[in-house]
Design a protein around this ligand. Structure first.
Ligand code: AMP
Length: 222
């Protein structure tokens, strides 16, 4: 098992981050930490954070930085998680979050790499319209590739639905916010020598293979 790989996955909504992070997490034996999945679980469980987050999420807006930084800091505070490596999906989404993350991972030796999973807007729009997710485990499906039983997840049997924020208005809002707040992180991380741009078009298997090449190259000893 590769130890101590600390990855961040950037990419537009619908680029396939969730699917690819799950593959990489399995391959490298590291936890997949998705802030979106954590927030959806918090909404479902009716926690304080969930109650605060729900309105923002349904409108396709970003949860305030302070709240998100606390959530991730707490998650990575567990030495078992942070020390063994992780893949972050959906965080950071603003330069402020990226700065906070840099502080959190500095004692561990910083990030291994930041991947920008690149998929053009017209393609993500198509993918988001057909996206379906499991309410329990977050597994992703599409209307073109549904689970064997269309309403129940192949992995855990949970209900498979369209996400509340995959409406046309919320999708547009999220993509606008991605360009305004998150896309600047591509240059920010390139500047730090951490960025890898990976083409997110093609089958899930093809994209995973490209990602593995990039991550392996970053983690091979010189
Ligand atoms: P995702 O599943 O990554 O698309 O996230 C779903 C929603 O959760 C987003 O549209 C935001 O409302 C919220 N969210 C997730 N991660 C963050 C973050 N790092 N900063 C702010 N809001 C977030």
């Amino acid at each position: 098992m590769a130890d101590g790989i600390r990855l961040v996955m950037l990419g537009r909504q619908g680029a396939g981050k969730g699917t690819q992070c799950a593959q990489l997490a399995r391959r490298y034996g590291i936890p997949h930490i998705s802030t979106g999945d954590m927030l959806r679980a918090a909404v479902k469980a009716g926690t304080d954070i969930g109650a605060r987050a729900k309105g923002y999420m349904d409108r396709g807006e970003l949860i305030p930085d302070d709240v998100m930084i606390d959530v991730v800091d707490e998650q990575l505070d567990d030495p078992g998680v942070a020390g063994g490596g992780f893949i972050l999906d959906g965080f950071p989404r603003t330069v402020r979050q990226a700065e906070a993350l840099a502080g959190i991972v500095a004692p561990l030796g910083g990030l291994t790499a930041v991947v920008d999973l690149d998929v053009p807007v017209p393609v993500v729009l198509e993918r988001l319209a057909s996206r379906r997710v499991c309410v329990d485990c977050g597994a992703n499906y599409s209307t073109d590739a549904p689970p064997a039983d269309p309403w129940n997840c192949d992995a855990c049997g949970g209900r498979v639905v369209q996400r509340a924020d995959d409406t046309p208005e919320a999708i547009q809002r999220r993509l606008d916010l991605y360009e305004a707040e998150t896309a600047p992180l591509v240059a920010w991380y390139a500047d730090k020598g951490l960025l890898e741009i990976v083409d997110g078009l093609g089958t899930a298997e093809e994209v995973t293979a490209r990602l593995v090449v990039v991550v392996d190259a970053r983690t091979e000893s010189p």
